[in-house]
Design a protein around this ligand. Structure first.
Ligand SMILES: [Zn+2]
Length: 365
């Protein structure tokens, strides 16, 4: 039985009024899933908050101390800014700067325990794939993906596949696991976009498959990537556990990327990976359009928990979507169908030659 791990800290905490992460995300997933009757109490677990000592398996303790001290500050000290990149536009100092990422990490620790003997867990609050051992990076203060993988290792799970369909490259995860023969990393991400790592020829020492994709990446192209690259690589690797970083910023309406997936692509990938390992953890990640990120991860939960997505959402679910806003900024309002449905219209299209060529390069490894 699939379990969803959430927490209430995501409902009201915000990175600040100017930041893309000012919008609610995890709370929308919980509310929608409950409104649809998909999240009875026995399927939901509250994420514990990880303790600094538990985070120190990968993060430096002086950085962890700075995160904790910084929560009470209005402005970072010059040292926090220069050493730990705390207080930048991307990584602002905010009141839950330690507790919120530590809740994501705690969710991954719990997920690792829950799947230790086999199982499926979704942790939409996790997926902070840019985090580095000693500093914040790209909205990520800790790297809960890395911490979750290390937790699985401590539980005796050796061979772990990490698949990342976020619009951005998983530089922090690759930093941790490049060259590890018992870890396979596969990432699709928009080419020419921050953090500019994960180029086609970057194999991370042999265990990393990086596929940069052009603007407008569509559902048909993702299916080609799934069938020609991701599934064969996983079948050959035979992982004991799979982590899917299911960032929602590759969806067409996301303001931070220029890819054109519908949430059907995320559902399809989430479903296809399920039978390939006995242990399966699906995280969140990027996703900055409050409507599409909440719908995407709820739709993924429907796949993991075996629910039928209705053609039209019931009234109370529609109300949840109608009550969302950008919380400032001049962004376009959602199209009408976004407020009344969960599943997007598919965005099929041609598989462009550049995708075929890059897949051939990676298959040739
Ligand atoms: Zn992203």
């Amino acid at each position: 039985m699939a379990i969803l791990i959430g927490a209430e800290i995501y409902r009201h905490s915000t990175y600040g009024r100017q930041h893309p992460l000012r919008v609610p995300r995890v709370s929308t997933v919980i509310d929608l899933a409950r409104a649809l009757g998909w999240l009875p109490p026995d399927r939901y677990r509250t994420s514990p908050r990880a303790k600094p000592e538990a985070l120190a398996v990968w993060h430096h303790s002086d950085y962890l101390a700075a995160l904790q001290v910084g929560e009470g500050m209005e402005h970072p000290t010059p040292e926090m800014l220069s050493r730990f990149h705390l207080g930048t536009l991307s990584n602002p100092v905010f009141p839950e700067m330690f507790r919120r990422p530590a809740t994501g990490a705690g969710g991954m620790f719990l997920a690792a325990e829950l799947v230790a003997e086999g199982g499926v867990v979704q942790v939409p609050g996790a997926g902070t794939h840019h985090g580095l051992p000693d500093r914040a990076n790209g909205f990520c203060y800790l790297n809960d993906c890395v911490l979750g993988m290390l937790a699985l290792r401590r539980l005796g799970v050796r061979r772990i596949a990490y698949v990342d369909i976020d619009a951005h490259h998983c530089d922090g995860v690759q930093h941790a696991f490049a060259g590890d023969p018992d870890a396979l990393l596969i990432s699709t991400h928009e080419e020419g976009r921050w953090p500019f790592t994960g180029t086609l020829d970057d194999d991370g020492g042999g265990n990393c498959l990086n596929l940069p994709v052009p603007r407008g990446f569509n559902d048909t192209e993702m299916r080609a990537v799934l069938e020609d690259l991701i599934l064969p690589a996983l079948q050959a690797f035979r992982p004991e556990a799979i982590i899917l970083q299911c960032g929602a910023d590759a969806v067409e309406e996301d303001p931070l990327a220029r890819l054109s997936l519908s949430n059907n692509a995320h559902m399809e990938v989430a479903a296809a990976l399920r039978p390939l390992a006995p242990r399966y953890i699906v995280t969140g990640g990027g996703g900055y359009n409050p409507w599409t990120v909440g719908r995407c991860w709820t739709a993924v939960w429907s796949v993991l928990s075996g629910q039928e997505v209705p053609e039209h959402l019931p009234d109370d679910a529609q109300t949840i979507l109608r009550d969302l806003s950008w919380r400032g900024g001049a962004r376009p309002l959602p199209a009408p169908h976004i407020l009344t449905t969960l599943r997007d219209p598919p965005r099929e299209g041609p598989v462009r030659p550049v995708i075929r060529e890059r897949l051939a390069v990676l298959r040739g490894r």
